[in-house]
Design a protein around this ligand. Sequence first.
Ligand code: P6P
Length: 332
Amino acid sequence: MQKNTTLGEFIIENQSDFSYSSGELSKLLNAIRLAAKVVNHEVNKAGLVDLIGNSGDVNVQGESQQKLDVFANKTFIQALNNREIVCGIVSEEDDEYIEVIGNNYNNKYVILMDPLDGSSNIDVNVSVGTIFSIYRRVTPIGTPVKSEDFLQKGNKQVAAGYIVYGTSTMLVFTTGNGVNGFTLNPAIGTFYLSHPNIKFPEKGNLYSVNEGNYSHFPQGVKDYIKYCQKIEEDRPYSSRYIGSMVSDFHRNMIKGGIYMYPSSFPYPKGKLRLLYECNPIAFIAEQAGGKASDGYTRILDLEPTEIHERTPFFCGNKYMVDELENFINKYS
Ligand code: P6P
């Protein structure tokens, strides 16, 4: 695929790669593309209008909702609702799943998303991201969506991706045939294929973790961090942590590295949510030749029981995650 192919051309030319698609998956990706442009426009001018700061509400996670969180959530839900593509939506910002009534429940897909991850960074002009995960529903078409449509293992995803609103805005996604990155040309509002077939580099030297929580980490994670910090000839590591997982993961996938959010205080099960943060990023990581686990089990094989459940999350170059798991397993 030629660089500078537009996202629209890419979707049309790769339609056959989208398993199960009867054009609905393409429409779904196009809806995401539109919503991403709208959110990008607001993120880029947030400092200029009254969209910064708390909305005054608190989301299901007990986290104060930034106004852009609320705006992004509404924008993606409207884009998905108006096209009668999905039969249900899970969002980090909503306690319960959202049933999409149109089309007499005949839509085949469900989508789970974090509409604006890392939003606590908005007020300080640090990059944020949107994460999405797409499944084919498992309950009969023509019936109302049910929770089991959302509580599927990550290995059942048909597509997953993220938008990173950074120095440039990129949409990165997979449908199970590799990972491709598209950069937005804001002057004309078009995403162009800028990073075809993204793969982790063979070696990585970045580790991303909030070391402020070090004292609460499991011993194996502490040992791995010390291993990263040991100054040895051939392994000069660098610590890079933005506090926005999409940005940390994106950098690590391009340059080589590992992102870690272990169980710690006050997150005994980890902070990141399995369904709409870890599963989509894990799908992308594996498609790019990387690995994602909870320290013991492949993230994509975890059996979800609750739509907002959390998990410890370790994701990056395969050999780096393998090394980390070896340290953790010394204590199990
Ligand atoms: P901490 C953002 O809230 C997020 O979910 C991830 O994007 C980010 O990596 C992490 O939490 C930051 O959490 O506890 O290090 O501030």
